[in-house]
Design a protein around this ligand. Structure first.
Ligand SMILES: N[C@@H](CCC(=O)N[C@@H](CS)C(=O)NCC(=O)O)C(=O)O
Length: 325
């Protein structure tokens, strides 16, 4: 079945993506072009999915559930109480009253924002956007997610959203930390690009990823089957293109290298931020959190030294502060 879908998706690949000498502006553009090209030709709905990295989110809901499933990445849940105490809750009068996150459950940028909200215990409602119709964000001129509406004000772009929220809850802290800024940029410009080829590395990993996406995204029952198989087939092939584009020979080696680079940056401290996570810790944790149940996440923890930091982050961030409908 997978092979059939892959052959079909391959026959649908736009010429621009099949030709290696065409310069593609970046991973987002490349994948969006692929999806749009395929969407024009394929039966709906998968080809129209435009999120470049639709895949499993962390479990949301109760804190106990989130902590309880930490073992899914094959390391024990024996985090230190010091890490749990690293949680930072703003003064009550600085916490926004009404926060709504428009998201794709599996989007890494959305998960970055959620890591910030969860760590600071800022309650938020979630509106899951349908990736094809996007009817939930028709009201906005901005056509991507995350969008965060904070007491009626629309904020867009994950890094800007976090910047803005951080200023709201820490109005007196205007000092820019260059190291933190540099690592946040590393997350957006490097880490996220390494993740995509990893979760679609093999046919079975692509299926694993899309199985979760299909069951957790805002899809109708009838869309789910197509999303799973055609999405997996399409992204399996796109991931090979991405490897070339980013000069990645071995995607797992690149993932391990990124994990080790980050672990080295944290060094002997609990977090990059010292005894408490800073915005870079939250950004790395946010984008990694969705892959922790996947093969790539398990491999990363088993083969690098990132597991202990990750575990401390899980303890520090705690469970979701999402308000359940
Ligand atoms: N720089 C943006 C990137 C956001 C982004 O690319 N989001 C994807 C979802 S993973 C998206 O909405 N893509 C457009 C689409 O799905 O049509 C951010 O950090 O928030």
């Amino acid at each position: 079945m997978m092979m059939m879908m892959m052959r079909r998706a391959h026959s649908l690949l736009p010429r621009t993506l099949l030709s290696s000498n065409v310069a593609v502006a970046g991973v987002v553009a490349a994948e969006q072009r692929f999806y749009r090209g395929a969407a024009d030709r394929a039966s709906p709905p998968v080809g129209q999915q435009r999120c470049w990295w639709l895949f499993p989110p962390p479990l949301v809901g109760s804190r106990s559930v989130t902590l309880g499933v930490a073992g899914a990445l094959s390391f024990s849940v024996t985090f230190s109480s010091a890490a749990a105490e690293a949680k930072e809750v703003p003064k009550p009068d600085l916490i926004p009253e009404n926060v709504v996150l428009y998201q794709y459950e599996a989007c890494p940028f959305c998960n970055k924002v959620k890591a910030f909200l969860d760590y600071h215990d800022i309650p938020y409602k979630v509106v899951e956007v349908h990736p094809l119709s996007k009817k939930e964000i028709k009201w906005s001129d901005y056509k991507k997610v995350p969008i965060l509406v904070v007491d009626g004000e629309q904020l867009v772009d994950s890094s800007d959203i976090i910047e803005n929220l951080n200023h709201k809850i820490r109005p007196d802290n205007s000092v820019v930390n260059e190291e933190e800024t540099m690592w946040r940029r590393w997350v957006d410009e490097h880490l996220v690009h390494v993740l995509s080829p990893n979760i679609y590395r093999t046919a079975s990993e692509a299926l694993e990823s899309f199985d979760y996406i299909a069951s957790h995204g805002n899809f109708s029952r009838t869309e789910r089957f197509t999303v799973k198989y055609a999405g997996a087939a399409a992204m399996y092939m796109v991931s090979k293109k991405l490897k070339k584009k980013y000069n990645i020979n071995d995607e797992r080696a690149a993932l391990y290298e990124a994990a080790e680079t980050w672990t080295k940056a944290v060094g002997g401290q609990e977090f990059l931020g010292g005894t408490k996570p800073n915005l870079a810790d939250l950004a790395v944790f946010g984008v990694l959190r969705p892959i922790r149940h996947l093969q790539s996440g398990k491999d990363m923890v088993e083969n690098t030294g990132i597991g202990e930091w990750y575990q401390r982050m899980e303890a520090a961030v705690g469970g979701s502060s999402r308000i359940q409908d």
